[in-house]
Design a protein around this ligand. Structure first.
Ligand code: MG
Length: 258
């Protein structure tokens, strides 16, 4: 059952999503070699709370932090730690915020200093795949059109779309119906309607699509240890077209990608 949100509900999701985008913009300003992922985590949590929200992820199924911070071959769900970022790392940061009864969810992959051209290309293609998926999030389309647009773009560049994790509807719950796969046939899935809100979030590996979960039961890593990137927006489907609620600030320009 996919919720159709009233305009005032969408505005509440938009407020939580705005806080997510603000937290990610703060990361863009602070990320550099030598910073620990725990320091990024603290900045994110402080910002979310300063906006009258709470971090959606903290305590979610036991997750211990406000942000998932995933370095290089870590796909998603990395736990912040005392690990220091190094020049050339790529770092995916996933943030959720909950305010006035509604969640927002977004992720961005950041370069640390100068990164290899291959890493920059992976980030650019992953972001491009998200944009292409969002463009298909239109009333009357099948959800599979979103999924297929993401997969086709990623695979046309020789990369792999992760299959083990998917996007999701979002609202009063962080994860709601429908599941939003980043792969599949354009003829599959429910028909989209104005008022649906979903988190679209391609996770792209430079090598194979397979992943495994480390012993901490959270950290998801590419099985061949190839680099992985992740971008996510909370998107409302409207009669005027897709509305990105986690609207990036200029600080969130795709740095490090020409
Ligand atoms: Mg999500």
């Amino acid at each position: 059952m996919i919720a159709i949100r009233r305009p005032e509900e969408i505005e509440r999701i938009a407020e939580s999503a705005r806080i997510v985008a603000g937290a990610l913009s703060g990361v863009a300003e602070r990320i550099r070699a030598g910073v620990t992922t725990q320091e990024l985590e603290e900045g994110i949590e402080d910002y979310i709370r300063s906006q009258g929200a709470r971090p959606s992820f903290k305590g979610y199924r036991g997750f211990p932090a406000s942000a998932c911070i995933s370095i290089n071959d870590v796909v998603v769900h990395g736990i912040p730690s005392e690990r220091r970022l190094r020049e050339g790392d790529i770092v995916s940061v996933d943030v959720g915020a909950y305010k006035d009864g509604y969640h927002g969810d977004g992720a961005w992959t950041f370069p640390v200093g100068e990164i290899a051209a291959a890493a920059a290309r992976l980030m650019e293609v992953t972001h491009g795949a998200l944009e292409r998926g969002i463009a298909r999030a239109l009333p009357g389309a099948r959800l599979g059109e979103v999924s297929h647009a993401v997969q086709a773009y990623v695979e046309s560049h020789g990369y792999s779309i992760v299959r083990a994790l998917v996007g999701h509807g979002i609202g009063e719950q962080l994860h709601e119906d429908p599941q939003v796969p980043n792969f599949g046939s354009p003829r599959q899935g429910p028909v989209l309607r104005a008022g649906m809100v979903m988190a679209i979030e391609p996770m792209v590996n430079a090598g194979g699509f397979q992943v495994y979960t480390e012993a901490d039961e959270w950290t998801v890593v590419s099985r061949d240890h190839s680099l992985s990137a992740h971008f996510e927006h909370t998107v409302a489907i409207t009669d005027e077209g897709p509305r990105i609620l986690t609207q990036p600030s200029p600080a969130l320009a795709l740095r490090g990608t020409a």
